[in-house]
Design a protein around this ligand. Structure first.
Ligand SMILES: Cc1ncc(C[n+]2csc(CCOP(=O)(O)OP(=O)(O)O)c2C)c(N)n1
Ligand code: SF4
Length: 477
């Protein structure tokens, strides 16, 4: 990236040379209306990022609103969040990448309305990020509806006769509200009206970014910004309206500043090896137990298992036991339960992944093995199984066979077998036995040992072992 300094009257190098907003076009101008404040604020932020030399580690969070297209202009990292969710997305990004610079750029609809709680919680946690809050007293993008910052008496498409206290309440002063919180470091309101105030905005922008570079915590700059289109005014009249009307209710100035006295918060990123996760989290690993059996070498596997049935059939616990035993074999695993609000009897399923490589997402869309314990479960997931995959189903409970011809279909009367062994509840262990025999990558010795320790209920041991053996022997046949 070419470097230039903002003192040179040139476009900051963090901006793309041309903007390809529409395929095949190479525009030199932004999409903002004449007189809109967004463009000026973009420029001030861009220049600060270049001058601080942090453009390569900056992530700009675009909101839903007129500035949604910021990613066409800034050539640093970009994330497009759902409406109002920048503070939550920024929190996640910053915590995973403490050395990055996170810029949350939000309109008043985005920040103070739909995302009101998001910003409040992020500010209250003191996330080390910089928030630019564009207060243009309207929803610009959607055509001028009332925003939480729309002034009393101000007309909008949803308050055609003007906002009233009786109907819509008072406009929200976000800077004042947030400055009552302990955690934020710096909160200032500025306005983009004239060179003097733009210079003040420039200073505030820099300070808010510098605070983040210095790990001081949460900084927030509210910018009174013109929306001539939404306000149905000329650019000139819009600027006058800010100083004559808007600023009366939203006075500019520093609302809170403890940047000098606040000690930097240095977050150390910990990246333990998989095998050390339990130590970091201070939980005991199954494999720390003294009698742990020999663990076979890991193989190249990528198992995606969906186990589905009703609550009470042991669907979730089968997945849980399976994932733990996979983890004991040193595989990366995930277990994602999904169930209705009922304690028993509602639909329940879980997704389990067991892999020799890192797992990006716990969601199983296309299982390599489906274990179905009810007819609705089989019908729901049958078509999702990968070609060549397995469908193991309880044929005592499900009276229709799967229609798929391109998968291995294994019917077993698991519940009936478990009943004969002493309890319906061991049906899940029968199915585990079939699965383990069929796939063959888990050690039987370890499975038996693991089940005892994971379930940890002495009185079920014998039943579970018998059920597991029954399934295993069935699988052999
Ligand atoms: C979940 C969701 N709800 C509603 C919308 C519609 N929507 C798009 S932009 C917007 C308001 C944007 O206003 P503001 O945040 O003030 O930004 P401005 O356009 O004024 O810069 C709304 C409600 C949406 N895109 N997504
Ligand atoms: S509608 Fe308003 S906020 Fe949106 S680009 Fe136009 S002037 Fe700017």
């Amino acid at each position: 990236m070419k470097k230039n300094q903002s003192t040179i009257l040139d476009k900051a190098s963090i901006f793309y040379d041309t903007f390809e907003r529409k395929a095949g076009t190479e525009l030199k101008v932004t999409h903002y209306c004449p007189g809109c404040g967004h463009g000026i604020l973009h420029k001030l932020i861009a220049e600060a990022l270049v001058d601080f030399d942090v453009e390569d580690k900056t992530v700009f969070l675009s909101p839903v609103g007129c500035s949604v297209f910021a990613y066409y202009y800034f050539q640093n990292g970009n994330i497009q969040s759902a409406h109002g969710r920048d503070p939550a997305v920024g929190t996640g990004y910053k915590r995973a990448n403490p050395d990055s610079i996170v810029i949350s750029y939000q309109g008043d609809g985005d920040l103070a309305s739909i995302g009101g709680n998001n910003i409040l919680q992020a500010a209250n946690r003191g996330e080390n990020m910089t928030v630019f809050f564009v207060n243009n007293a309207t929803y610009g993008m959607t055509g001028g509806q009332m925003a939480p910052t729309t002034l009393i008496g101000q007309r909008s498409t949803t308050t055609p006769r003007g906002r009233t206290v009786e109907n819509e309440g008072y406009p929200l002063r976000m800077s004042e509200l947030l400055s009552t919180l302990e955690a934020p470091v710096y909160i200032e309101r500025v306005m983009l009206t004239d060179p003097k105030n733009i210079a003040k905005t420039r200073k505030a922008v820099r300070k808010a970014i510098k605070n983040q570079i210095d790990n001081k915590g949460f900084s927030f700059v509210e910018v009174l910004s013109a929306c001539p289109t939404g306000w149905k005014k000329t650019p000139h009249d819009s600027v006058n309206w800010i100083t004559e009307v808007q600023e009366q209710y939203f006075p500019i100035g520093v609302k809170k500043d403890v940047s000098e006295e606040r000690e930097p918060i240095i977050v150390k990123r910990i990246t333990p090896k998989y095998s050390d996760f339990h130590k970091v989290l201070d939980i005991q690993s199954l494999n720390d137990l003294p009698d742990v059996p020999k663990i076979p070498d890991t193989k190249n596997i990528n198992e995606e298992i969906k186990i589905a049935g009703f609550g009470g059939q042991g669907v979730l616990s089968l997945g849980y036991v399976l994932a733990n035993i996979g983890m004991g074999h040193n595989y990366a695993v995930s277990w994602l339960p999904s169930y209705g609000p009922e304690m028993r009897g509602g639909t329940a399923n879980c997704s389990v992944k067991i892999s020799d490589v890192r797992i990006g997402s716990p969601i199983v869309d296309n299982p390599t093995t489906l274990i179905a314990l009810t007819k609705p479960a089989l019908e729901k997931f049958e078509n999702d199984v990968v070609p060549g995959g397995n469908i193991i189903y309880d044929s005592g409970l499900i009276d229709v066979a799967p229609k798929r011809k391109d998968v291995n279909v294994i019917p077993i009367k698991a519940t009936e077998i478990a009943d004969k062994l002493g309890s319906t509840r061991a049906a899940n262990m029968v199915l585990f036995g079939v699965y383990s025999k069929l796939t063959g990558y888990l050690s039987q010795e370890y499975i038996k040992w693991g089940i005892k320790h994971i379930i940890n209920k002495e009185k079920f041991n014998e039943l579970n072992m018998n059920a597991l053996n029954a399934g295993y022997e069935f699988g052999e046949k």
